[in-house]
Ligand binder design. Structure first.
Ligand code: UD1
Length: 364
């Protein structure tokens, strides 16, 4: 076991930790790469790993899907077993998934310093499992890498020691800047689905609050149909397995003349789908960031966002059709301002500067 252990489990963690892993490799700092396998399907996982040119995975925990308690517990148990044999000096986790919390809890209880990348995000909505995961992970982290000054402010208000906080920018910016040119060259997604720039909208929807109830999911599909009619364009919808299963379970019809459902796409195709869409509609956190960076009009189908920096070009509508239509009309009239508050593309370097110092000090 190397000094640094990185634990990831889902698609967004892979994307956002890739720049950190690349920077570590560039500086020849060894690390072990542990995958909980919270995500395991080829579409969610394998394709992303291939796109991002990641090192091979040192340990698979094979945790798989499950209820929150079982999934988080399994992650803790398997990490503890692994680290009892070989204890790393630093544990790095990212974001707000069950993998993040499970690994952070296991590390903290073993007195292994926890570094949390993308710390300090808050939606102030405890109904989201991610909000609980973020708050608890931040509470037990030793180093908190925040993407923005706003996230630092949130942590300070919660009483986090300022010495522990390092503002770095979001690694999602690094990942996007490193891959957008490659995506433009390699991706064939527009051809595959006969899409033309600015003649379609891109939608993702997978949050439990939108897809785990029949009523909500039907409302969501209805909102998408109404938006498609208003736009005069079809929506392309790369579907998350959670959403696919819910549609099948309740036999909810998705009208193909308005919504083209496609299998999950890899990272490069995602960037191209977003970059060329006339409008992005999402309930994902990462896609809000990516759409904002790509300067696309964005509608978030949630009631809150933990990315307030995007709000100059991101309208939070829940599943309210009227609000969604009003948002699109505002964009058409020229509303929306896109800045670079999310980062400068050098977040990974700043993170690895700190990690390098910690390794040199032999901090435990
Ligand atoms: C998880 C994260 C969420 C993140 C999302 C990105 C938590 C609490 N949630 O949500 O924050 O935005 O990943 O995609 O950690 N499934 C598969 N194949 C897979 C993985 C899952 O088919 O590889 C199906 C399973 O039926 C599973 C369901 O999707 O029960 C949900 O997966 P899960 O990992 O529990 O949550 P996500 O919705 O993916």
């Amino acid at each position: 076991m190397k000094n640094i252990a990185i634990v990831i489990g889902t698609r967004p963690e892979l994307i956002k930790m890739a720049p950190v892993m690349h920077e570590l490799m560039k500086r020849k700092i060894p690390f072990s790469f542990i995958h909980s396998n919270q995500h395991y399907s080829k579409e969610l996982d394998g394709n992303i790993i291939r796109n991002l040119d990641l090192p091979s995975i040192d340990e698979h925990l094979d945790v798989g899907s499950g209820l929150h308690g079982a999934q988080t517990g399994k992650i803790m148990e398997s990490i503890e077993r692994l680290w009892t044999k070989h204890t790393p000096h630093i544990a790095i986790v990212h974001g707000d998934t069950n993998t993040t919390l499970g690994a952070a809890l296991a590390a903290a209880k073993m007195h292994i310093p926890v570094c949390h990348v993308e710390a300090g995000l808050r939606s102030f909505d405890n109904a989201m499992p991610e909000e609980i995961n973020r708050i608890l992970t931040d509470r037990i982290s030793d180093v908190l890498f925040t993407p923005t000054e706003t996230s630092k402010e949130y942590l300070l208000k919660e009483g986090v020691d300022p010495e522990k906080i390092v503002v770095t920018g979001n690694t999602v910016v690094d990942a996007l800047l490193q891959h957008i040119e490659i995506a433009r060259k390699k991706s064939a997604v527009l051809r595959t689905y006969t899409l033309e720039k600015n003649h379609y909208a891109c939608v993702t929807m997978h949050r439990p609050e939108n897809v785990d109830s029949k009523k909500q999911l039907e409302k969501g599909i209805e909102l998408l149909v109404v938006l498609s009619k208003e736009l005069g364009y079809r929506l392309v919808f790369p579907i998350h397995p959670r959403t696919q299963q819910a549609l099948e379970k309740w036999q909810i019809h998705v009208p193909a003349q308005y919504i083209t459902v496609i299998p999950p796409v890899d990272y490069l195709d995602t960037l191209i789908l977003l970059e060329n869409a006339v409008l992005v509609i999402t309930d994902s956190g990462g896609i809000q960031e990516e759409a904002y960076m790509l300067k696309r009009p964005l509608i978030t189908i949630r009631t809150s966002t933990e990315r307030p920096e995007t709000l100059s070009a991101n309208v939070i509508v829940g599943l309210d059709k009227k609000k969604a239509i009003a948002a699109w009309r505002a964009y058409k009239k020229g509303w929306g301002k896109w800045g670079n508050e999310l980062g400068d593309g050098h977040a990974a370097e700043k993170i690895v500067d700190v990690l390098e110092r910690m390794v040199k000090k032999g901090k435990r």
